[in-house]
Design a protein around this ligand. Structure first.
Ligand SMILES: *Cc1c(COP(=O)(O)O)cnc(C)c1O
Length: 225
């Protein structure tokens, strides 16, 4: 066992459980281990420590790792941007998708899911209205919810955000929007708010996150070279 990885995992799960205890929310936030650029051996090591949910951003990297780890009942989350010609592999090889931003993509995933159980999906919301960022604008969210909610092979679970910068009120605005959709629509499975990463995990949990997506704090810095 890689001692650094063990140490990091214990530290992150400890911080997360502390953050969860401090909130009054019914649903404790879960840890999604973001393993992009990291080897399958690291994923296997964390699995052996009890981690079940892993997130990947790039298909060409995720698919070989998934075959290498096919003996483990890992729950795979796709958290990267989705190109139209990649939907079939995503529909077939993942349990969750956090990055839905267009109805055409949702419809393709729905058609391509085949006989597998419904794919859990989150709509990515561009909460800070950044030109460069993915996601629907907050005022477009309801339209997309209505396009997706009755697709039989998708289970619409909630939304995902990446705030523009630390220290703003993006988490609070996201939680308000999340609650607004829950109140205004009959969505039986709308229960997931994916927000918070290595640097702002506790703050996101304090604002009602139910999934924190943590890479660096678990696996160390990424090397893209
Ligand atoms: C890479 C990535 C993360 C993890 O970020 P860290 O800062 O390394 O914890 C979380 N969410 C998304 C969408 C990512 O692409």
């Amino acid at each position: 066992m890689n001692q650094q990885l063990l140490h990091n995992y214990q530290s992150v799960t400890h911080q997360l459980s502390l953050a969860n205890t401090k909130t009054g929310f019914l649903k404790p936030a879960q840890l999604l281990a973001v393993s992009k650029t990291k080897p399958a051996t690291d994923i296997r090591a964390l699995f052996e420590l009890g981690q079940r949910d892993f997130g990947e951003n790039y298909l060409q990297e995720a698919l070989p790792k998934q075959s290498e780890l096919a003996d483990l009942p890992i729950v795979w989350h796709y958290i990267g941007s989705i190109q139209r010609n990649k939907t079939r592999d995503i529909a077939q090889h993942f349990d969750w998708v956090h990055t839905i931003e267009r109805d055409i993509i949702a419809k393709r995933l729905n058609e391509q899911r085949g006989d597998l159980p419904p794919l859990n999906v989150l709509i990515q919301v561009n909460i800070d209205d950044e030109a460069s960022k993915s996601g629907v604008q907050p005022d477009e969210l309801m339209d997309l919810v209505n396009q997706i909610k009755d697709l039989p092979k998708l289970c619409l679970r909630g939304m995902m955000i990446i705030p523009a910068k630390e220290g703003g009120d993006a988490f609070a605005r996201a939680k308000a929007l999340f609650d607004e959709v829950a109140a205004s629509s009959s969505l039986p499975h709308w229960d997931v708010l994916s927000m918070g990463m290595s640097g702002d995990m506790a703050e996101a949990v304090a604002h009602g996150s139910t999934i924190v997506r943590v890479g660096t704090a678990l696996f160390g810095a990424r090397d893209y070279s």
